[in-house]
Design a binder for this molecule. Structure first.
Ligand SMILES: [Ca+2]
Ligand SMILES: [Ca+2]
Length: 265
């Protein structure tokens, strides 16, 4: 006959630790993942050569390859004439692709080749001009700005990225490329962590280094993408944690039974 064995404090501690460990594992499994996605996208397609550029962003589901947030770009022409910047032939680089990293070509439903883009002329008269767009980044983090550009002759050889977190009152530089030459290429600037979760975010691309007096096409800008991850909403996280807690509670009985069996063996 087995003797009655009083419960040992050590085994109780072990069981509590085991419970805590299983709870942690389940919690980890239920915290939603933050997926990278296209947040804001400008492909400049809704215009025609010589007309004002299309500054309205493309959004899903109207364009399957669009961003998840609407935005409208604004432009500062610098000291030169407004007409020097117009819509014209575009670039295929950096067109959006659903579910893939920035820089791929694919699901943008505007399939015109070469389509439309920002065409910038008389660069000498427009140094320190810029384009910019607002983003409510309250739920966005780890963002990257990218776009396609081509700089013929005396176009804007220097392009500088700035961001504002106060709705455009003050800007901070976060990237710059210099010595840009002819040829279609992608420029990429990761935003600093200070831009994360900022509802008053504004992203700006500034143009300088222009030396052209003429009306030949010099700088082309197309397919501006703001890519990043969406921060899970607090309600989703709480829901996930509650779900994990419920499962822990459910598993607890089985775990206790299992541990008791082991102790008895
Ligand atoms: Ca385009
Ligand atoms: Ca558009």
């Amino acid at each position: 006959m087995r003797k009655f064995k009083p419960r040992q404090p050590r085994s109780l501690l072990f069981r509590l630790l085991a419970l805590a460990a299983s709870g942690l594992l389940l919690t980890a499994a239920f915290v939603p993942e933050a997926n990278a996605t296209l947040l804001v996208y400008f492909n400049f397609e809704d215009s025609t050569t010589g007309a004002a550029p299309d500054f309205i962003s493309d959004q899903t589901p109207a364009n399957a390859g669009g961003g998840i947030q609407a935005s409208t770009m604004t432009i500062n022409y610098g000291p030169g004439a407004q007409g020097d910047f117009a819509s014209g032939p575009g670039l295929l680089l950096n067109r959006s692709f659903v579910g893939d990293a920035a820089g791929s070509t694919g699901n943008d439903s505007d399939i015109a080749d070469p389509g439309q883009a920002l065409n910038l002329r008389s660069s000498k008269d427009h140094n320190l001009s810029y384009i910019q767009f607002p983003v409510n980044a309250f739920f966005f983090q780890n963002m990257t700005l990218s776009y396609a550009t081509n700089n013929n002759g005396n176009g804007f050889t220097t392009q500088t990225a700035f961001y504002s977190i106060d709705g455009g009152a003050t800007f901070t530089q976060f990237g710059q490329v210099t010595g840009l030459t002819a040829g279609s290429q992608i420029v990429t600037f990761p935003l600093p962590s200070g831009a994360n979760a900022q509802p008053g975010l504004v992203v700006r691309i500034g143009f300088s280094g222009g030396k052209s007096n003429g009306q030949d096409l010099q700088t082309v800008i197309d397919n501006v993408q703001l890519y990043g991850t969406v921060i899970p909403e607090p309600a989703t996280v709480v829901g996930g944690l509650l779900g994990a807690f419920g499962l822990c509670w459910h598993q607890r009985r089985r775990l206790v039974r299992f541990l008791q069996l082991r102790r008895a063996a």
